[in-house]
Design a protein around this ligand. Structure first.
Ligand code: LMR
Length: 400
């Protein structure tokens, strides 16, 4: 059966990390995968995570199965983080949350659930989007189409084109939206623009599926809720995929959640029962550890406060790296205005480098970035900044 099988292409993002690890060159820089790194290039375990783990270990009494969708306590923590304390979505019964192994599983389970009831729907994704979005929805059997998003000339959002396209999306289709820190561009909608999109979604009738992987990395926890709050205020139904890989640094512990919102608690419960059947035939029930960490931190006032400081420190470091990168490129006299890098949100900068320049940087300079020119800004530090800026200057001069 396996004799004729040819190898699959390497993953566009995680495959880069593998190639980077294997690269024997002494000076190399990984600006590929979206993982936070400190000044030393490490991805540390947050202090609050260590403390939560100690408490979890001390209190642990069993390793019995979780329920299919995890615990109600975890679900409530997730919705509170997503919508804010006291919001109707937290305890009103109209939103049900499943604990999933990371945001990727939340997206896939959401897609599998939707495929049960919207077999012929098309999933609309932004142009561009996270490479895995297309993979996930295609694997679930959906047709994919793109709506305009990024304007390569202004290096910002093409909001008029986006709205024009979304107005024409049929009511039975699904639109994937990035709540904040758009991946890969770092270009986000303003709260006012989210309100416009929400009204448009209400009038057009399509279903929003919101990917919320970077809460806290854009405008802080509250600021980053703008998309969720605007949509929840206008429309009766949506799906939200949350990830705690980045904001809690729990990458390998796979902590995430899928929240299904419906017009009434009864409809939400009925829909959610099908989410549970999709989980059961996929991974049966979620791994407990990562979710317990999130729940422990969010349920303890002092740990929560400390975690907010840790999150702000990560966000502020990335903001200062953006400023240094712009200064560095200016100092190297790289042609063009790179100040747009400071306007982008989250870990990523869509640098404007073309695929040839990206290939040059990888082949000649051992600097790894995702095709299309996405840079993980958090991979920069004082030791590699000059090398990266010099190398970009060289790449731009050689491969116009
Ligand atoms: C990324 O875009 O780099 C991250 O979301 C990691 C991943 O799974 O691709």
């Amino acid at each position: 059966m396996f004799e004729e099988i040819q190898p699959a292409p390497a993953d566009a993002i995680l495959g880069l990390t593998e190639a980077y690890k294997k690269d024997p060159r002494p000076v190399k820089v990984n600006l590929g995968v979206g993982v936070y790194q400190d000044e030393q290039g490490h991805t540390p375990i947050l202090g609050t995570v260590k403390e939560a783990e100690k408490r979890i270990l001390a209190a642990a009494k069993t390793k019995t199965y979780h329920s299919i969708s995890g615990t109600p306590e975890y679900g409530k923590c997730v919705r509170e983080l997503m919508a804010g304390e006291g919001h109707e979505l937290v305890s009103g019964g109209r939103a049900c949350t499943a604990h999933t192994p990371g945001g990727t599983a939340a997206l896939r389970i959401g897609a599998d659930f939707l495929k049960l009831f919207a077999q012929d729907a098309t999933v609309w994704v932004s142009s561009p989007t996270w490479a895995n979005h297309k993979g996930i929805f295609t694997a679930a059997g959906f047709r994919i189409k793109e709506y305009p998003y990024y304007d390569a000339v202004s290096k910002g959002l093409d909001f008029e084109a986006m709205k024009k396209a979304l107005r024409k999306v049929p009511a039975e289709d699904i639109v994937l939206l990035h709540a904040c820190c758009h991946n890969p561009t770092g270009v986000d909608l303003t709260p006012e623009q989210w309100k416009e999109v929400s009204v448009l979604a209400r009038d057009a009738g399509w279903l929003p599926f919101v990917d919320f992987a970077y809460q806290g990395f854009g405008g802080g926890l509250e600021g980053d809720r703008a998309a969720i709050l605007a949509l929840a205020g206008e429309i009766p139904e949506m799906l939200v995929a949350s990830s705690f890989s980045k904001n809690f640094g729990l990458y390998r512990d796979r902590a995430g959640a899928l929240t299904v919102m419906a017009s009434t608690p009864e409809r939400a419960a009925a829909a959610f029962s099908h989410v549970q059947t999709r989980i059961r035939v996929s991974y049966s029930n979620p791994p407990a550890h990562g979710g317990l960490i999130v729940q422990t931190i969010l349920s303890d006032a002092s740990l929560r406060k400390e975690w907010l400081n840790e999150l702000s420190a990560m966000r502020n470091r990335i903001a200062s790296l953006r400023a240094h990168l712009v200064e560095g490129l200016r100092a190297m006299k790289v042609p063009g205005d790179y100040s747009f890098i400071q306007k982008q949100h989250g870990m990523f900068s869509f640098s404007g480098l073309n695929d040839q320049q990206v290939a040059y940087l990888r082949d000649q300079k051992a600097i790894y970035m995702v095709g299309g020119g996405r840079i993980n800004v958090a991979g920069l530090n004082d030791s590699n900044m000059k090398y990266v800026c010099e190398s970009i200057a060289e790449a731009v001069a050689q491969k116009k």
